[in-house]
Design a protein. Structure first.
Length: 255
């Protein structure tokens, strides 16, 4: 069930994300049960995040990071690494540094961990959310412009899309590695909207993490947050909270 932000926050609380202070959700004048009236900006484009939205990858990556951390300190628990999910790269490695607590800096741990190419060991078809294909197909048929904006490096993004046979649906594919500052900076979303030829207010961003939602909010986009209670994301800036990606098809009618 789609929940406008006010109702969802009443149910789940505001979270304790790392990015700034949650602000009051933007007023939505569409047909959401919170008022009526003509909508000022109709959604013309839908921009998807990848990790946690198109693929359920965070848990897979955490298992690799836990294995590495426990070689340094056998007492590390996976719950200690949960804050790595959806964090900036520096913040994520600082979490691992605190968990390992062996005197190595986060830079040293990062460089050592990266000697193993974990991405080559992942089957991205196994962690793909199959409902995404039908969502993309339907949105495309209805005339929505589609893009993907991910903090992940571009070659891996392209691989995920190719292996799951969905690359054709996206007009624009953008990686955070193309910018000096990735999410939560809004530039990645502003740039993606400009590539699509639409205003940011005419975009719906589909996100899950605190930093992704913050980036889309700062860009002035409407936001549908995929609910994930595992990692304690702060999703209070989202306009809609959805349990499944397929509910995006209902959100675009209302946003």
């Amino acid at each position: 069930m789609i929940e406008p932000s006010g109702l969802a926050e009443e149910r789940k609380g505001s979270g304790n994300g790392r990015i700034g202070k949650p602000r009051k959700a933007r007023e939505n004048t569409g047909n959401t049960g919170r008022g009526t009236g003509e909508r000022k900006h109709m959604v013309k484009a839908v921009i998807f995040d990848m990790d946690g939205v198109i693929i359920d990858s965070e848990g897979t990556y955490l298992e690799f990071q836990l294995e590495f951390a426990q070689k340094k300190n056998p007492n590390v628990r996976i719950e200690q690494l949960y804050p790595m999910v959806g964090a900036t790269k520096k913040e994520a490695w600082e979490v691992l540094e605190r968990a390992v607590d062996n005197g190595q800096t986060w830079e040293e741990l990062r460089d050592e961990c990266r000697r193993r190419d974990i991405y080559s060991e992942v089957d991205y078809r196994e962690i793909y959310r199959p409902e995404v294909t039908e969502v993309l197909k339907t949105l495309k048929e209805k005339g929505y412009r589609l893009a993907l904006a991910s903090s992940t490096q571009l070659d891996l993004v392209e691989r995920v899309l190719r292996e799951n046979e969905i690359r054709e649906y996206f007009e624009v594919v953008v990686s955070g590695s193309q910018f000096k500052r990735s999410k939560p900076d809004p530039e990645i979303y502003q740039y993606t909207a400009s590539r699509l030829g639409v205003r940011t207010e005419e975009c719906l961003a589909v996100e899950d993490s605190t930093i992704g939602i913050t980036a889309a909010s700062r860009a002035g986009m409407k936001i549908a947050a995929v609910i994930d209670n595992r990692y304690n994301f702060d999703q209070s800036l989202a306009d809609y909270h959805i349990a499944r990606v397929k509910e995006v098809l209902e959100v675009v009618k209302e946003a």
